[in-house]
Design a protein around this ligand. Structure first.
Ligand SMILES: NC(=O)c1ccc[n+]([C@@H]2O[C@H](COP(=O)([O-])OP(=O)(O)OC[C@H]3O[C@@H](n4cnc5c(N)ncnc54)[C@H](O)[C@@H]3O)[C@@H](O)[C@H]2O)c1
Length: 345
């Protein structure tokens, strides 16, 4: 098939997993991504499939992933499933000749990242991208460009945090065994940002610590609801990370990049909008409530980027090595939390 023929026909895509985030990707693909046609969805849960059929008019519904991969004419899958399933599902899709977008993180184990990388190398004609959504956020993009232009000189330090509003129901407690814990689930975003903003920095040594401030049930999974970490990179560069599940005020993601000639801060005030309230309590903004409220535009931009790259055979913004490195550092932070020792690379 010629490249022109590829670019002219809509990409036939399927979403696998229709939970918290899968529904959002499905909505975007059904309504707002030029060149994509959401032809099928897959979930073991009937109500999730019915939602896709009734709300998005998706014509083909699958309980079984293997059956979905055999769907005639399917070009690409969007995996929005529990992280523990990612590696095997990516490999199965590649073997079936499908392009793959998969949610972060790539996996919970380094050996899985290696297996995925090896399988992807056997299919150079297929695209594989892990969804590090913050790279597609307009403010992070702007900061990245300013660093490239030399605005802050040589960047040498990143502070980055991912702090969620406290969920009294503790969704993430049940989620903990398949999410890999707070560093692989939350800080993996900050790790990827630090490597990107510092210029593909390579880790040298990490140390982490944490506590359970509210959700003591996490201890049964050796997880914490507040974690901090230091990551030393090569060439004397440094990053510190903070992740929390217990913020009282809302979702508070921010990143600070310090260089020899200045500093950039993204999201220093996690305000919901530009309305400032002045009353007897003082002067304040309301806070963004969830990660999706904060990164709604970026989730759409990353999916558009992936579809465009597949249809027009363009390079992807990040590769499997970036995703493997982020997992590698996340695993080391988990290990340091458990052993209370630094981990050397
Ligand atoms: N980029 C981000 O900021 C971000 C935010 C939230 C979640 N995520 C990632 O998205 C993924 C899903 O997270 P979530 O919060 O939507 O989880 P969720 O538990 O709400 O949804 C998981 C979905 O997978 C389905 N599922 C389970 N087993 C399946 C199988 N074998 N085949 C097909 N579907 C199956 C479930 O029915 C459910 O619909 C995770 O990897 C998570 O790390 C990323």
């Amino acid at each position: 098939m010629s490249p022109a023929a590829v670019s002219n026909k809509p990409l036939q895509v399927a979403v696998v997993g229709l939970g918290r985030l899968g529904r959002r990707h499905a909505e975007n693909l059904a309504t707002s991504v030029p060149g994509a046609n959401l032809c099928a969805v897959c979930s073991p849960v009937n109500t999730e499939l019915e939602w896709a059929r009734d709300q998005l008019r998706v014509p083909h519904l699958y309980h079984e992933y293997a059956a979905l991969l055999a769907h005639p004419g399917l070009d690409a899958v969007f995996l929005v499933t529990p992280t523990s399933l990612h590696a095997d599902q990516i490999i199965a899709a590649l073997k079936a000749g499908k392009h793959v977008f998969c949610e972060k993180p790539l996996s919970l184990e380094l050996a899985d990242c290696q297996r995925v990388t090896e399988e992807a190398a056997r299919h150079p004609e297929l695209k594989v991208m892990i969804g590090f959504v913050r790279r597609f956020d307009a403010s992070y993009q702007d900061a990245y460009q300013k660093i490239q232009e030399g605005m802050i000189g040589t960047p040498f330090m990143v502070y980055s945090q991912t702090c969620d509003e406290n969920d009294p129901d503790g969704f993430f407690v049940k989620f903990s065994p398949t999410s890999g814990g707070i560093f692989l689930d939350c800080s993996v975003h900050d790790i990827d940002l630090a490597r990107w903003l510092l210029g593909k920095a390579q880790p040298v040594r990490v140390f982490s610590s944490g506590l359970t401030a509210i959700h003591h049930d996490l201890q049964q999974f050796k997880d914490v609801d507040n974690g901090v970490a230091i990551c030393e990179f090569d060439n004397g560069r440094l990053a510190t990370f903070y992740a929390s599940r217990t913020m009282a005020h809302g979702h508070d993601t921010m990143t600070e990049i310090t260089g020899t000639a200045g500093r950039l801060t993204v999201g220093g005030n996690p305000r919901k909008n530009r309305v400032m309230i002045a009353d007897a309590q003082g002067i304040r903004n309301e806070c963004t409530l969830s990660f999706f409220d904060r990164f709604e535009d970026a989730f759409l931009a990353e999916v558009r980027h992936f579809v465009d790259a597949v249809r027009h055979r363009k390079p992807l913004a990040l590769d499997l090595d970036d995703s493997t490195q982020a997992t590698r550092i996340g695993i080391a932070l988990r290990e340091s939390l458990l052993t209370k020792q630094p981990v050397l690379f």
